[in-house]
Design a protein around this ligand. Structure first.
Ligand SMILES: *[C@@H]1O[C@H](CO)[C@@H](O)[C@H](O)[C@H]1NC(C)=O
Ligand SMILES: *[C@@H]1O[C@H](CO)[C@@H](O)[C@H](O)[C@H]1NC(C)=O
Ligand SMILES: *[C@@H]1O[C@H](CO)[C@@H](O)[C@H](O)[C@H]1NC(C)=O
Ligand SMILES: *[C@@H]1O[C@H](CO)[C@@H](O)[C@H](O)[C@H]1NC(C)=O
Ligand SMILES: *[C@@H]1O[C@H](CO)[C@@H](O)[C@H](O)[C@H]1NC(C)=O
Ligand SMILES: *[C@@H]1O[C@H](CO)[C@@H](O)[C@H](O)[C@H]1NC(C)=O
Ligand SMILES: *[C@@H]1O[C@H](CO)[C@@H](O)[C@H](O)[C@H]1NC(C)=O
Ligand SMILES: *[C@@H]1O[C@H](CO)[C@@H](O)[C@H](O)[C@H]1NC(C)=O
Ligand SMILES: *[C@@H]1O[C@H](CO)[C@@H](O)[C@H](O)[C@H]1NC(C)=O
Ligand SMILES: *[C@@H]1O[C@H](CO)[C@@H](O)[C@H](O)[C@H]1NC(C)=O
Ligand SMILES: *[C@@H]1O[C@H](CO)[C@@H](O)[C@H](O)[C@H]1NC(C)=O
Ligand SMILES: *[C@@H]1O[C@H](CO)[C@@H](O)[C@H](O)[C@H]1NC(C)=O
Length: 413
């Protein structure tokens, strides 16, 4: 037996070498080349970088260097967020020809969009967010790798219009353009064609006033739609009712009018709904099947009608903000029973009636603000016991009787 093994071992080695000599030599060569490219990057950026100070030529295995990922010995990922890089992205980066993932977020790049990345032909993930990039996005931004699935340009200083060619990157799953200075139009039709999108953010840009594009209703894989503070006007189009995977819908800080459509309350996966600071009118539908809702903020609109009793079904609800509207009626009793509720803000409305006594026994509630309404009766007994930091703001109501003794534990206003 040992003899046999010995023999086959020696037979096998030359066989392996004769089968793969070329690719072996090639990958060694690529590896040596990539080692040099990475040392070049270190020389270019290294001075102030915490991660690159640990890259050095004596430790040969660059695949183990911080921020470097390899697949089969070739560099496929560079992840160097928070490195204080200032010098522009050098063309040599794309000599890493298998590079698929590049994260340079939270640095200090201040050039225009780095078109040198057009040469990274396998790029799938690009995060340039949280830098100081400036200027217009290039009209031929679709010259980026057609493999690209994640493009994060959030929180920079880009301005001008968003180029229509962004709609020609068909594999995009995430497109984050929020928190920039884009001040022209955006290619609603092109973006509506990006049918793989799961994450879309255009929030916090001084865009030309326009309604939510009907075409966004075609983006049925969207999970996260963040369109705050981008000068939206008009009503929410019915077309969005097809976005049944949405978990976050945020349209705050715009000038949207009309009623809050009933179908919003039927988006089964919705968890976060932020519609505050708009011009919504009418009543909130009392027909809620979006039972995963965890955060609802409809504050600072012109909503009327009553608080839907169906809010009492939302067992995941942690905060409910309806302040600064014209809502009337009383607080539905079962809201006091919601197990996860931490923060209720209903001030500046026209609410009345007595407060649900269950709120007093609620163990998670840390903020309760109902000032400037017309509540009557007494504050629920027990409101402040067993809790730290309960803020309770109740002035300008018709509450009667003495304040419960338990309020001694509260921060009262
Ligand atoms: C090079 O890296 C190795 C392993 O990370 C480390 O032990 C060594 O001290 C480094 N040398 C220099 C000169 O930084
Ligand atoms: C990076 O930018 C921040 C904010 O603009 C600044 O405070 C910091 O000094 C910059 N760092 C470098 C290394 O340029
Ligand atoms: C891409 O690489 C080629 C060859 O290295 C070079 O000539 C060209 O200028 C590069 N393109 C960009 C946009 O950097
Ligand atoms: C940028 O977007 C990508 C894709 O959605 C995401 O994975 C990444 O965490 C984002 N970057 C930051 C700094 O949030
Ligand atoms: C969107 O896709 C449709 C159908 O594929 C195509 O006719 C149209 O030209 C595309 N629009 C844009 C702006 O890319
Ligand atoms: C939006 O919905 C309306 C009515 O359902 C429909 O006529 C219209 O074609 C839709 N728009 C788009 C861009 O799909
Ligand atoms: C929702 O999608 C279906 C199927 O694609 C389509 O027939 C319907 O018109 C869409 N509804 C709206 C309001 O756009
Ligand atoms: C809000 O809507 C009302 C009528 O619905 C309109 O008169 C008012 O101008 C709108 N306000 C804003 C800020 O859009
Ligand atoms: C509630 O919404 C569902 C689904 O849209 C609808 O079928 C039902 O008629 C509505 N019920 C009431 C009472 O409005
Ligand atoms: C509430 O949240 C939990 C955990 O996040 C989740 O599993 C559950 O499906 C959610 N929905 C309801 C109605 O409780
Ligand atoms: C407030 O509600 C009362 C009845 O509850 C109603 O008479 C009054 O008109 C309402 N005020 C406003 C400003 O809506
Ligand atoms: C407040 O409610 C009382 C009855 O509880 C009513 O008499 C009074 O008119 C209400 N005040 C306002 C401003 O709506």
């Amino acid at each position: 037996m040992p003899n046999n093994c010995y023999i086959s071992f020696f037979l096998f080695i030359p066989l392996l070498l004769s089968l793969q000599p070329k690719s072996y030599a090639q990958s060694t060569k690529q590896s040596d080349g990539e080692h040099q490219i990475l040392l070049g990057l270190k020389k270019h950026w290294g001075r102030s970088s915490p991660a690159l100070s640990r890259w050095n030529s004596t430790s040969a295995a660059h695949c183990n260097w911080g921020g470097v990922t390899c697949t089969n010995g070739a560099v496929t990922g560079i992840s160097l967020a928070n490195q204080f890089f200032v010098k522009p992205i050098p063309p040599s980066l794309c000599l890493l020809k298998d590079l698929t993932s590049l994260d340079l977020s939270y640095n200090n790049f201040s050039t225009s969009f780095p078109i040198t990345l057009y040469n990274c032909s396998k790029l799938n993930y690009l995060d340039l967010s949280n830098n100081l990039f400036v200027g217009k996005l290039p009209d031929d931004i679709n010259s980026l790798s057609l493999q690209i699935e994640h493009l994060n340009l959030s929180t920079n200083r880009f301005w001008g219009r968003i180029p229509p060619s962004i709609g020609l990157l068909p594999r995009l799953k995430s497109l984050l353009l929020d928190t920039n200075g884009f001040d022209g139009s955006y290619p609603a039709e092109g973006i509506s064609n990006l049918s793989n999108l799961k994450v879309l953010t255009l929030a916090f840009n001084p865009l030309i006033p326009a309604p939510v594009p009907e075409g966004f209703g075609k983006l049925t894989h969207l999970i996260y739609l963040w369109l705050d503070n981008m000068n939206i006007i008009g009503e929410i189009p019915e077309n969005l009712s097809n976005l049944s995977d949405l978990q976050l819908l945020s349209l705050a800080g715009n000038k949207i009018q009309g009623t809050i459509p009933n179908w919003i309350w039927q988006l089964k996966k919705l968890r976060y709904l932020y519609l505050y600071d708009n011009n919504f009118t009418g009543a909130i539908a009392d027909n809620i099947t979006a039972l995963d809702l965890a955060e609802i903020d409809l504050s600072s609109n012109k909503l009327t009608g009553t608080i839907p009793g169906d809010f009492g079904k939302l067992t995941n609800l942690t905060f409910l903000f309806l302040y600064a509207n014209e809502v009337c009626g009383s607080i539905p009793l079962n809201i006091g029973l919601l197990p996860n509720l931490k923060d209720i803000r209903l001030f500046n409305n026209n609410l009345s009636g007595s407060l649900p006594p269950e709120l007093g026994k609620h163990s998670l509630l840390v903020n309760f603000e109902i000032a400037n309404n017309n509540f009557s009766g007494e504050l629920p007994e027990g409101l402040c016991s067993n809790r730290e930091l309960l803020d309770i703001v109740v002035f300008n109501n018709s509450l009667s009787g003495k304040l419960p003794e338990s309020l001694d534990g509260c921060n009262k206003f």
